[in-house]
Design a protein around this ligand. Structure first.
Ligand SMILES: Cc1ncc(COP(=O)(O)O)c(C=O)c1O
Length: 330
């Protein structure tokens, strides 16, 4: 069984670029830095979820659904990409967003509207607590909804990142590069889970370090528990009876700052450095925090000079436009 054998819809533009970060690397004076540009997956302004949605929507279409429904914060990148993917597949899209509807219609939320998504404001419930209720409403009105979990994080979504790791392995072979580490923003877990499975399939020895973005649990599980469970199930889907335990999932938990979505000095510096040295935008919630974490690890001497460390850019730049001067360093 291979990723090719699963139902899917082609939504993104692949392979995404693998590039060096010479100016950022020189400024930090640490290991060699490279970047995988999954901010450039294409559809709906791109990001990591497009890879997951190829398989999630493949399954929804195969099951005969006419509507997809998912959940996230008001500025959710996952929700914006789901709305874009649904539009491209001719499906209706409902979004269960955290908040009370008073949020400014900017950034991802503006794009959700332009993509034709129907928004349900769910107060504190930003992680999909109301999805069953909304699905039931849609059924009563004659629709056939498919629930896509918070963050697109289940074994089906993770398969997109198994494939991403295989794509990276082929690019590394071409360039005759060897990686020592992969650093990635990790939140609902399927991105890191898919990378773990794909790296094992491709025999990549790089250590995969998730920078935990959200201090809160998802579906009652810690991030390492979630990643391990999703990885084990995704491996099973692909015919590998591999078991991953939470203890072998490498997660850095020191970068929560003021909490989920709160921009601090760490994120501001990372956003400014990526933009001013390489002309690359990271986002205020996920990749700004993850790159900030990587910069801190470099400064603390976590890596050797001869290491080659890959930063996996998972997208999110539309959220920059939901912020104002708070992004500028004070
Ligand atoms: C830009 C960005 N990076 C990383 C992530 C985290 O990916 P995962 O939820 O698969 O851990 C997200 C999730 O929403 C995201 O929007």
């Amino acid at each position: 069984m291979d990723t090719e054998d699963l139902p899917r819809r082609r939504l993104g533009t692949f392979p995404t670029p693998l590039m060096e970060l010479p100016r950022l690397g020189a400024l930090l004076d640490g290991p060699r830095l490279v970047i995988k540009r999954d901010d450039l997956t294409g559809r709906g302004l791109g990001g990591n979820k497009i890879r997951k949605l190829e398989f999630l929507l493949g399954e929804a279409v195969e099951q005969g659904c006419d509507t997809v429904i998912t959940a996230g914060a008001a500025q959710s990148n996952h929700c914006r990409q789901t709305a874009a993917a649904a539009a491209a597949c001719g499906l209706s899209c409902h979004l269960a967003l955290g908040g009370d509807g008073e949020e400014a219609v900017v950034g991802n939320l503006l794009l959700d509207h332009l993509l034709g998504a129907r928004i349900h404001w769910c107060g504190e419930h930003r992680k999909g607590e109301d999805l069953d209720r909304i699905a039931e409403e849609i059924r009563r009105q004659g629709g056939s909804p498919c629930i896509i979990p918070y963050g697109g994080s289940n074994a089906t979504g993770a398969v997109g990142y198994v494939e991403a790791a295989l794509e990276l392995a082929a690019q590394l072979d071409e360039r005759e590069w060897k990686l020592s580490h992969i650093v990635v923003a990790s939140s609902s877990g399927a991105t890191q889970a898919g990378l773990l499975v794909g790296a094992r399939m491709a025999e990549l020895s790089a250590e995969i370090i998730g920078i935990q973005i959200d201090p809160e649990k998802t579906a009652g599980r810690t991030l390492p528990e979630n990643v391990a469970a999703i990885a084990t199930e995704a491996a099973g889907r692909l015919g590998r009876s591999w078991s991953f335990s939470p203890g072998e999932v490498r997660v850095e938990t020191g970068y929560f700052g003021g909490g989920y979505g709160v921009v601090g000095a760490l994120e501001r510096e990372a956003i400014r450095l990526a933009a001013s040295t390489e002309g690359i935008f990271v986002d205020p919630v996920y990749t700004g925090r993850a790159l900030g974490g990587l910069i801190d690890l470099i400064r603390r001497g976590r890596f050797q000079r001869e290491d080659r460390v890959l930063f996996w850019h998972t997208g999110g730049s539309p959220a920059l436009f939901a912020m104002g001067e708070e992004l500028l360093s004070r």
